[in-house]
Write a protein that binds this ligand. Structure first.
Ligand code: UDP
Length: 239
């Protein structure tokens, strides 16, 4: 850690949809390139980076008879989709000269390492970017819950949730022009005001383990770097 960084170890959560770019599906090479540049900046500063990426751009668990796919089956398909995204990020980060590991909660040894907490920590200590694939490995969970769980396991200082908006608002800023952004808010207030930050499982895990969350706009160039330097951007959620 250099003196100018605020966090030693971060867990960056990116949604699968963010990777898709404007068309909403698949992987947009421009987004991949942009995110890799942003991530490299903080790795170069000595920050240890773990990443959880969603799968919504490829497949999101579906339920109901109309989908034709069983809920659990769909969730496993969603988890596999996250591995595809993890591999894409890995490849792109490596092009930028970073050392990386994909660790999957579902064993697929030809493709990536299985998730073993101690090994993940070791990789982070060696400044390798660790990308956690296949979610928690369990259906009925989300990649937000994965982000919270893995962050706690590897003792990350913070979960940085990169989104398309620059924080948590009093109301949906797309629908309500009077909505204002919180710079800081407590876990209790988020819960009481029913604000949407993460799903409740993920949120409760963070709250119970006193793990702060920062919601920020990952598409704003330099925002990740500014955050790790301790700038007051996005919304910080703490106890
Ligand atoms: N998923 C799951 N268990 C997990 C993580 C993910 O079953 O631990 C499945 C679930 O179906 C989910 C999909 O994988 O809808 C993709 O993850 P998510 O929706 O969280 O991706 P994002 O919305 O962040 O792109």
């Amino acid at each position: 850690m250099t003196p100018s960084t605020h966090y030693k170890r971060i867990l960056l959560k990116l949604s699968g949809e963010a990777l898709a770019g404007p068309n909403g599906y698949n992987i947009d090479p421009n987004v991949l390139e942009k995110y890799s540049r942003e991530i490299k900046q903080v790795v170069d500063m000595g920050v240890q980076v773990a990443i959880v990426i969603g799968g919504g751009n490829i497949f999101r668990g579906v339920s109901g008879e109309r989908s034709g796919i069983d809920r659990v089956q769909g969730d496993y398909m969603g988890m596999l989709a996250t591995v595809i995204n993890a591999m894409a990020i890995q490849s792109s980060l490596e092009k930028h000269g970073l050392y990386t590991r994909v660790m999957s909660a579902i064993k697929m040894e030809q493709v990536c390492e299985p998730y073993v907490r101690r090994r993940a920590v070791r990789h982070l200590e060696k400044n390798r970017v660790v990308i956690f694939g296949a979610g928690t490995g369990n259906p009925y969970f989300t990649t937000d819950s994965t982000a919270a769980l893995r962050a706690i396991e590897v003792e990350a200082d913070v979960v940085l949730k990169g989104t398309k908006v620059d924080g948590v608002y009093t109301a949906d800023p797309m629908k309500d022009k009077t909505a204002t952004r919180y710079t800081t808010i407590t876990f209790d207030d988020v819960y009481e005001k029913k604000l949407s930050v993460m799903d409740l499982t993920a949120f409760t895990l963070c709250q119970e383990n006193n793990l702060p969350i920062i919601v920020f706009n990952m598409n704003e160039t330099g925002s990740l770097l500014r955050l790790v330097q301790g700038e007051d951007i996005g919304t910080l959620i703490t106890a």
